[in-house]
Design a protein around this ligand. Sequence first.
Ligand code: NAD
Length: 296
Amino acid sequence: MMKLGFIGLGIMGKPMAKNLIKAGHELVVYDIVKENVDILVEAGAVAASSSKEVARQCDIIITMLPNSPHVKEVVCGENGILEGAKEGTIIIDMSSIAPLASQEIAAACAKKGVKMIDAPVSGGEPKAIDGTLSIMVGGEKEVFDKVYDILMAMGSSAVHCGDIGAGNTTKLANQVIVALNIAAVSEAFMLAKKAGVDPKLVFDAIKGGLAGSTVMNAKIPMILDRNFKPGFKIDLHIKDLNNAIETGHKVGSPLPLTAQVMEMMQLLHADGLGQNDHGGLVQYYEKLTGDEVVSQ
Ligand code: NAD
């Protein structure tokens, strides 16, 4: 077993780090929020005082941060990983960030002899807790092979999708599908509710058919319970859709539906609901109709 660094102990990072400890690895951890570090220390990890200190102590470092600027700061910034890392260090960035940012950060790492792969995940907090995340990876195949067992301590699959940035490109495709699926489910269930059919019965009737989906199975029970505790925050999904639209513009692939759902999420953000679970997108339709998708 190995000594691993883990930086970014939020909703996802905490359970992922705990699964690495369960698999027998020694962990050195850092987060700017002290309470998050304390929870991991209680689970058996050792706290470091900065990302640089994590890098001094570990040859393989995992990062799980909100977005591109945070990863840039943690890797390339003051007291960042590159200030403490030795040649040959491997960074596994599991955050969902812009593919272009992954390429830029990896290029800065390469100048110091540090290797980086992008390895974002899908599955959300429940699968992070179970250690059954789907992991999509970009970067050198040799590095992927070397860290495969580490990834599989957090996930049930890890697929090498191509060069650096390919993991995050795959993740953007995933996020487009999830956002549009939540919007479709919200729109359809509001229609049923307004037309007088109990949404719970609609769910029971259609979940096994062609319209059924992992998204519907995960989000409709939460919506019916009025449970919008994140999970995956609307604000983080706005970040992903922005990254998708920006990438789409660069490569010449229009995303008209994504742009529309992003604006629906922006309205909820402006109304102070950005920290809700993305299943809270149903509240966009609830604002329009003055009705609620609840069982009758
Ligand atoms: P989160 O906001 O709960 O956690 C982010 C953590 O990073 C926080 O603990 C924060 O304090 C820490 N952090 C921020 N800046 C830092 C810095 N400079 N140095 C050290 N720590 C810093 O977010 P999350 O839900 O855990 O998501 C993390 C990433 O995983 C995001 O890119 C998100 O899009 C992606 N993701 C999330 C989910 C989900 O369901 N929550 C699912 C798949 C992917």
